[in-house]
Design a protein around this ligand. Structure first.
Ligand SMILES: [Zn+2]
Length: 254
């Protein structure tokens, strides 16, 4: 039996410098209270009366303007299922949200701008994909490239995967590591899939074969574009002895 706490605690989702920066910001906000912090998602200035209301909010709501708060409450969860080729096997991928302009903006704020408060929103969206996916024994996050982790200060996928696993009552293990740097992955289209597959070949390695051997693994990632990343990760997990691999992603680019 895998100790849930033991595996979950193995990796830290934040770098020390990110946490130090956050503490410093909180200290500054306490010493010099300011109401003019713009919305973390759309950068609109927050009118003073709204800022006052916002101070009473918790989590993501505290950093969002009224417009984005309203949009967030209206984002529909549309669990969709697709299948992917992963070497000689196939995997099922359940996606939670439609990748529209607002969802893309939310994911970018979460991934690049340190708006980690949005994580619980993505976790509940992933939980809502349950009817569309198979049962799993263990959750494994798609690992973030070490250079990206250093640059951003936190691992956004690990944050979501860990909270999602807890919500589902499953263990979460860092079953994979990513070697090398992330490279240029900005523009991906379906026809780039074969090129992406060859770029990614050998970049993901299993680091916990004992945790995945014979188990049904659920990979978790933020956005699926060509599916090459998920396919490469799944192939590495199968090679490590995983019994079955499926995936859940926040959104899928159509
Ligand atoms: Zn906003």
């Amino acid at each position: 039996m895998i100790a849930r706490e033991g595996l979950g605690a193995m990796a830290r989702a934040y770098t020390t410098s990110f946490l130090a920066h956050r503490l410093w910001q909180q200290a500054l906000n306490w010493i010099f209270p300011s109401n003019d912090e713009p919305c973390a998602v759309c950068s609109r200035p927050i009118p003073p009366h709204m800022a006052q209301k916002r101070a009473g909010e918790r989590g993501a709501m505290q950093r969002l303007c009224a417009f984005c708060q309203q949009n967030l409450a209206l984002v529909p969860v549309r669990a969709q299922l697709t299948t992917l080729r992963a070497g000689k096997r196939r995997i099922r991928v359940a996606s939670a949200l439609v990748y529209d302009h607002f969802v893309r903006t939310l994911i970018r704020a979460f991934k690049y701008d340190g708006v980690v408060e949005i994580a619980p929103f993505f976790v509940s969206a992933l939980c809502a994909t349950r009817p569309a996916r198979l049962q799993a024994d263990i959750v494994v996050p798609v690992p973030t490239a070490p250079d990206r982790l250093r640059m951003r200060g936190y691992d956004h996928v690990l944050l979501v995967a860990r909270a999602f696993a807890t919500a589902e009552g499953l263990p979460c293990a860092l079953g994979l590591a990513r070697l090398g740097t992330s490279g240029h992955t900005r523009s991906q289209t379906a026809k780039d899939r074969d090129r992406r597959l060859s770029e990614l070949a050998g970049q993901f390695v299993s680091i916990r074969p004992d945790a995945v051997r014979g188990r049904r693994v659920l990979l978790v990632d933020d956005v699926m574009t060509t599916g090459a990343t998920l396919a490469t990760c799944a192939a590495a997990l199968y090679e490590a002895g995983a019994g079955a691999v499926d995936a859940a992603v926040i959104a899928r680019v159509e």
